[in-house]
Design a binder for this molecule. Structure first.
Ligand SMILES: [Zn+2]
Length: 393
């Protein structure tokens, strides 16, 4: 079966990178079809048919059902596969979140219909709900993103909200990804800006990863770091195309998000794509949940947090050199100097029409300062410069 050229491109890149990672177990590394092209949704039903699935559940929300879920349901039915549609209910604030209620809703319907696979139709949260629910009942999930908003489509980790706390559970990656450019180019500008913000976050996550490896002995892979760096650079080099939401811009952004996701998958950890900027973002999210406030797009928070962390790190590099171990001091300070400053990152976010300051998201100075002091507790075993600084002062 032909899965399209872009799939070949991404898959070839990933396999090539995997082959360069020392000691990587290529034999047991399996990635399914990754289709990134116009009309990709037409390939979902043939894939399901060929894989031998007879009963499918589509997981969507009211919005993604209207955009694609119901249409996809029709395409799968036409192929002679039984399909049931579970529309995930929003919380009291009107947000669909990966909390206990949403997970149980999907798990119960998977059990009730003896579904053999879940097709996630939506952006990051619907993927997290589907990924964990599929894992919990022991079936695969298939990814059909509706917006290039996040780099977590193909990760194994499912960030969940349990008792109001954000925790990431290792679950499963998708058996296949069908990213349809016709759908993705129609995604709202705010979701595209969020995907771009999630990519910009790599400026600080890549630094924190280097810091964690040199100062804290954490796992490191130059191949995976290079992959993530290239994905980030692609987005920055093509910011104007992405801002216009042209098919080429959306293809570049979606490809970069997928590559960043695969980079995490190759490493087996989220280090390349998640550092202090993600901890800040998670901290803000938990605060909003506690206060019963409406949720903000993950990538919007990450982009803004990245600018804050970049500013913080630039200042630490010049005024607190003792934070860096002697033997790696210069390397790490040079790495920080290579991160664009806060205002450059904000200017990039502004180009794609995203929010740029914490106050744009309703995050006041008190919450910002508190998060800068406490966010490292979100991931107690991740050694970031933010953590080192907070534990030193
Ligand atoms: Zn992210």
């Amino acid at each position: 079966m032909k899965w399209g050229n872009h799939m070949t491109t991404i898959r070839t890149k990933i396999m090539e990178a995997a082959s360069r990672i020392e000691g990587f177990d290529l034999q047991s590394f399996e990635i399914g079809p990754v289709v990134l092209e116009s009309g990709a949704i037409q390939q979902v039903a043939p894939f399901l048919k060929e894989a031998g699935f007879n009963k499918i559940t589509i997981a969507a929300d009211a919005h993604t059902n209207a955009v694609l879920g119901l249409k996809l349901q029709g395409l799968i039915e036409e192929a002679g596969i039984a399909v049931q549609n579970t529309q995930i209910s929003p919380d009291k604030q009107g947000d669909v979140i990966a909390d206990e209620a949403a997970l149980i809703q999907l798990i119960l319907s998977l059990k009730a219909t003896s579904a053999e696979a879940v097709v996630a139709v939506g952006s990051g949260t619907l993927h997290d709900i589907s990924r964990f629910s599929a894992y919990a009942v022991g079936i695969p999930f298939i990814s059909v993103p509706t917006a290039p908003s996040v780099d977590g489509f193909n990760s194994k980790g499912a960030p969940l909200v349990l008792h109001g706390d954000k925790i990431t559970i290792q679950a499963i990656g998708p058996a296949a990804i069908f990213a349809d450019l016709d759908i993705l180019t129609e995604a709202p500008a705010a979701l595209v800006a969020a995907g771009f913000g999630d990519m910009l976050g790599k400026y600080t996550s890549l630094f924190d990863w280097k810091f964690g490896s040199l100062a804290g002995g954490e796992i490191y892979s130059p191949v995976v770091a290079e992959m993530t760096t290239n994905a980030l650079q692609q987005c920055v080099d093509n910011v104007d195309e992405i801002a216009q939401r042209s098919p080429e811009g959306i293809r570049i952004l979606t490809g970069a998000l997928l590559e960043s996701g695969f980079a995490m998958l190759l490493l087996g950890h989220s280090h390349p794509a998640s550092g202090a900027e993600h901890h800040l973002s998670h901290y803000w999210e938990m605060e909003f949940l506690r206060l019963g406030r409406r949720q903000i797009l993950h990538g919007a928070k990450v982009g803004i947090a990245c600018a804050q962390i970049a500013e913080h790190y630039h200042s630490l590099a010049s005024r607190s050199p003792d934070l860096f171990p002697d033997e790696h001091r210069q390397t790490l300070i040079d790495e920080i100097e290579a991160i664009p400053d806060g205002n450059t990152i904000r200017a990039l976010l502004k180009k794609v029409g995203g929010p740029i300051l914490p106050e744009d998201l309703g995050i006041d100075e008190e919450l910002l300062q508190r998060s800068l002091r406490e966010a490292h507790h979100i991931r107690p075993n991740r050694y970031t410069l933010l953590r080192k600084y907070n534990e030193t002062i």
